[in-house]
Every structure is written in C-alpha cells, then in structure tokens.
Design a protein around this ligand. Structure first.
Ligand code: SF4
Ligand code: SF4
Length: 337
C-alpha cells in the first residue's frame, strides 16, 4: 500500500480507499468486519455519501470508536444552502463524529447544477460555513463530466475532485488530471471496476494505481474483497506494465461514454452500463455482476430495435453531449443474446 500527501491538503492517505456505498446491502456484522479489517490493514480513507442509504450510519456504528485512524470523506447532493446545511449536520450525527475531513458537493454533472450549488444561497456556502465552524476540514466536488470539472476548479474553490478513472473510462487523463496536478489538488479516482463490469480485477485496480492519483475508491462489502483489492496494490507498477495498461484503456475506452447520465430511455434501458460494458465484454467477457445485469435487462434491450418513437431519430442520442451511437450499441448487445 502506498501513502502520499493528499495534494495541498497534506494528510498522508492510503492509495486504496474504502468505498462504503454498498455496505447497506450486506448484514451489519459483515460490514463491521470489512471496515475494521480495512483499517487494520492500512486503509485510512473512508468514502461515503449522505445519499448512500444508511451507509453513514453503518460507518458511525462500526468504526467511529477508531475515528483518529481514518480520513473521512462524505458528500451532499443538495444544491441549496438550507438543505445542504441540514444534511451536513445530519451526516455528522449519523457518522458519530465532530468533524468531516472532506465534504464533497456530490454528482455535479450539469452547468445549471453547478451554478445552483455555487450561488449565494447554494450548497457551497453551507459547506464553507461548516468549514469555518470546524465541522468540515476540506471541500471537494464529484462528477462525471471530466472536461467540465476541469473548468469548474479554475477559481480555486475546491481542494479535491472525485472522478471516474478506470480501464473503460480513461477520460479524466485528458484535461482534468493534468489541471489538478498543476493545482496540487487531492485526486481521487472512483469505480475501478466501473460498477462491476471490468475484469480481470487485478488489472482493473492496477490501471488507476499506475496513474497520478492519490486514492482509488473501490466499493467493498466483505473481508475477501478488501483482501483482493489490497493484494492488487501489493507492488508498484513498472513502466512496461503501465504502458500495457494504458494501451488496454485506449482500446476499452473506445465507446466514449462518460456515464454522465444525460440520456434516458423510455424503456428503461440503462444505456451507460451497456455502452461501457460493450467493449469490455467483447475483449474479456464480464464479471458475474455484469452477466447478471444482461440477464436482468434482456427484455428491454431486445425491445429497443422495435420501439416506434426511436425509429427515425433515437431519443437517447439527441440527449448525448458526445453524439454517441447508442442505438447501434444496444442493437449489438441484443444480438449477443
Ligand atoms: S434508441 Fe433504444 S435505447 Fe435509445 S431511447 Fe430509444 S429505445 Fe431507448
Ligand atoms: S451515452 Fe452519452 S449521454 Fe449517455 S451517459 Fe454516455 S456520454 Fe452520457
């Protein structure tokens, strides 16, 4: 496990961060064991969000007695001052702590969303006031549009960004990461497995590990998963392996989907998941979670080609800021059944 100063924040953080998003889905004792095993074995960065069901409460219940052993990052997805302020206070109570190390403005993907959060009566003011009151130490932002995030950090209002970086989504490397390096900001990559689609796990973790990020947040729910993730960072990435991983990412990223979720499908097809997994599945097959996904959505995916309102112009494609050919990718996925 590597430890590095977290940009200008300065705290030494472990290269692997515990993503607590899925803990509400497992028995409490399993969550307790996973979190404590992670702390016992060198992970010192815990990532959660007010929006992750009762994840914050689980952290409070399971590890708040070890509060000085971890850097605690949470998020608010509220955009206005009053509800963000309320949510920050609720997070403190739920996590049984007096201070949040990093409060991130969560899931900012649209310009209008960013503006709302940054206005005089927006969530950012609530975060700033909490910082002045000693309830929050640092303020960051999270989102799925790397090129917009690269613009939004220009005024120096944030100390950290949480973004996607994985073998199937290498897009943060274009503008966002170089800009953050220049500004000495905390750089946190999320979803190394892209929500359970990328394999093999070892390569998936080692790719962001080979890049200039401080922490890789991996969602974990068991001691076994913590062990597997720690093992993937057991040795440093040499130059030859880095080049191999980078050329693999170029190939797996050719779908070009940023997971911005601008597109929606009246049939309920989870378009970004199909886009992102399309190249991975051709190259390596899928993890069990990925196979389950295709079983679950089979009927909807099969219906896309016959959906009358999309015959002339696919509704989803009109919404994509990157002008991607989603309909044909869905058609290919249907042909794979
Ligand atoms: S083209 Fe297919 S995926 Fe796109 S909106 Fe229409 S039905 Fe949904
Ligand atoms: S297909 Fe386009 S609109 Fe949909 S999530 Fe991907 S990048 Fe965004």
């Amino acid at each position: 496990m590597r430890y590095r100063p977290f940009g200008a924040i300065g705290v030494n953080v472990s290269s692997l961060g515990f993503g607590a998003m899925n803990l509400p889905g497992v028995p409490l004792e399993q969550a307790r064991a996973a979190l404590n095993y992670a702390l016992d074995n060198g992970i010192n960065y815990i990532d959660t969000a007010a929006a992750y069901r009762n994840s914050e409460e689980i952290i409070g219940e399971c590890i708040s007695h070890r509060r000085d052993e971890y850097f605690l990052a949470t998020k608010t997805n509220k955009r206005d001052y009053a509800t963000a302020k309320e949510e920050i206070d609720r997070s403190l109570t739920r996590m049984r702590t007096d201070v949040i190390d990093l409060l991130q403005i969560h899931y900012v993907n649209y310009v209008h969303d960013f503006k709302a959060a940054m206005e005089e009566d927006g969530a950012y003011r609530a975060a700033l006031e909490a910082k002045e009151a000693g309830k929050v130490r640092h303020i960051g932002i999270t989102g799925h549009r790397p090129e917009l995030l690269a613009k939004w950090i220009q005024k120096g209002q944030f100390e950290q960004v949480l973004f996607h970086l994985n073998l199937a989504q290498p897009f943060a490397l274009d503008e966002l990461i170089p800009e953050m390096v220049r500004r000495n900001m905390g750089r946190v990559a999320m979803k190394p497995l892209s929500g359970g689609f990328i394999r093999p796990v070892d390569k998936a973790i080692r790719y962001p590990y080979s890049q200039d990020v401080h922490v890789i947040i991996s969602g974990m729910v068991s001691v076994e998963e913590v062990k597997e993730n720690i093992a993937a960072m057991g040795r440093e990435v040499e130059e030859a392996e880095r080049r191999e991983l980078e050329s693999l990412a170029l190939k797996l990223g050719t779908h070009n989907c940023r997971r911005c979720n601008y597109c929606s499908c009246p049939l309920g097809i989870p378009i970004p998941d199909v886009m992102i997994s399309s190249v991975v599945s051709k190259e390596f097959g899928l993890l069990p979670k990925g196979n389950g996904f295709y079983e679950k959505h089979k009927e909807k995916i099969m219906s896309c080609a016959d959906y009358e309102p999309c015959k002339e112009t696919p509704l989803c494609q009109k919404q994509c800021p990157y002008h991607l050919p989603m309909q044909s990718v869905i058609a290919q996925a249907a042909a794979n059944y």
